[in-house]
Write a protein that binds this ligand. Structure first.
Ligand code: ADP
Ligand code: MG
Length: 414
């Protein structure tokens, strides 16, 4: 695969750069511009080398199934990418950054042709086009016809085979034009690849899985069980495993249709799946006054101790110590999914304990966090610098692990 630094002369070349500017925003006010900042190294490199950039990204969702055209227009208005173009202009004060409200047709073409070396044109949200998510060949053809080369830097969208992520580079490659990985992509692919193919010196390789649903994570569980020495489980999904073992989980969340799957996993893992031995439980998920929060043992066999009407919301103190001990021996760690309802103060300790354990591995092990909510927990609690890598792509980082390092937006560049 080519990296941007390996591209031949960029001066005067029009380059389509697919970035991930899918920022949290409301009414054009951006709450967190990290994704825009994450693309800066790539954009700066291309600008400094005299390329003319056509920058494209999606923002939010447009539900094309909606029958009412007025509602579609509302969704478009709510996901106008102009705010990201403005922010980019502020972050690159030396560079001319234009915004094109069209992302197709004559106006866009004219705007691209008007670009001078080192200038940037951000085009409107790719999802304003119905054909984007279907990888419509006509749309990809039109976009590809605007440029001389392609740089992929939208790791967060690399698991989607859309016109802007796969259609365009496919066509350009067929025409003998250069398609390359940007800096953000390169870092993500290099770091996550380490978790896909562990080496001997990476053992023990410990995966930590949490979050809400087993059914969302089946493929990643299967994949990690093949690669890892231990798979630590927390979060809501731990209760499905506990239930599968015949334990009493009170009113904890449980996916009854996944019990058989959980049993199969436990059998095949042969002791390598580690489950909580105690839990923090509550009689009210909603933080209402006077709710009861207790710590209970769940180690007891059938008929355990979570009282009826109480649900597990975090791993308990014994589990935290147990998991910290296992993690302290690891040489490679992949973590996805919080250990509890970390959005509430009362249920943060489990997730923090994992962060602490990973801090303790600094300099001794390679540690990766991938997943939307887990990454935001790591940042919120102030542990980002303690990880070797915190992925910017939630779904993409998981799919990369699931599919043995393959992602449509990466494979197309090969
Ligand atoms: P990620 O985005 O990191 O992949 P998920 O989306 O799978 O993680 O799960 C995150 C969500 O899981 C969080 O909103 C968290 O509150 C929830 N969660 C974790 N543990 C529990 C639990 N015991 N009960 C209910 N929800 C939980
Ligand atoms: Mg999530």
């Amino acid at each position: 695969m080519l990296t941007i630094e390996q591209m031949s002369s960029l001066k005067g070349k029009k380059i389509y750069v697919r970035v991930d500017f899918n920022v949290p925003q409301k009414g054009g006010v951006i709450r967190d511009d990290n994704r825009i900042r994450a693309a800066l190294p790539t954009l700066k490199y291309l600008v400094e080398h005299g390329a003319r950039l056509v920058v494209m990204s999606h923002l939010g969702k447009i539900k094309w199934k909606e029958p009412d055209p007025a509602k579609i227009e509302e969704m478009k208005a709510a996901n106008n990418l102009e705010c990201a173009a403005i922010r980019l202009g502020e972050l690159l004060p030396e560079t001319k950054v234009y915004f094109s409200k069209d992302n197709r047709g004559e106006e866009l073409k004219k705007a691209v042709e008007g670009l001078k070396d080192g200038e940037i044109l951000v085009a409107q949200n790719t999802r304003y086009q119905k054909g984007e998510e279907k990888n419509d060949p006509e749309l990809a053809k039109e976009w590809a016809s605007l440029v001389d080369g392609f740089v992929m830097d939208a790791f967060g969208s690399a698991h989607r085979a859309h016109a802007s992520t796969v259609g365009v580079p496919e066509l350009l490659k067929a025409e003998g034009k250069e398609v390359a990985l940007g800096y953000l992509m390169l870092k993500e692919v290099e770091n996550l690849s380490k978790c896909v193919e562990p080496k001997e010196e990476d053992r023990p390789y410990v995966a930590i899985l949490g979050g809400f649903k087993v059914s969302d994570k089946i493929k990643v569980i299967d994949s990690l069980l093949k690669k890892c020495d231990y798979v630590i489980i927390g979060g809501a999904m731990a209760y499905t495993f506990k239930k599968a073992m015949g334990m009493n989980i009170g009113s904890s969340p449980c996916e009854y249709d996944q019990l058989e799957y959980a049993r199969t996993c436990l059998r095949e893992a042969n002791g390598r799946i580690l489950l909580p031995v105690d839990a923090v439980v509550t009689d009210s998920f909603e933080p209402v006054e006077g709710r009861k929060i207790l710590t209970v043992d769940t180690i007891i066999e059938k008929g355990g101790k979570i009282p009826e009407g109480f649900e597990g919301c975090d791993i308990g103190p014994k589990t935290r110590e147990f998991y910290k001990e296992i993690i302290s021996k690891a040489r490679l760690v992949f973590w996805n999914g919080p250990m509890g309802v970390f959005e509430q103060d009362a249920f943060q300790e489990g997730t923090k304990a994992i962060c602490e354990a990973i801090r303790g591995l600094k300099g001794k092990a390679f540690t990766v966090c991938g997943g939307g909510d887990s990454a935001s927990a790591v940042k919120q609690f102030g542990y980002k610098a303690d990880f070797s890598h915190v992925s910017t792509g939630g779904g993409a980082s998981l799919e990369m692990i699931e599919n043995d390092g393959h992602l449509p937006g990466v494979d197309v560049l090969k």
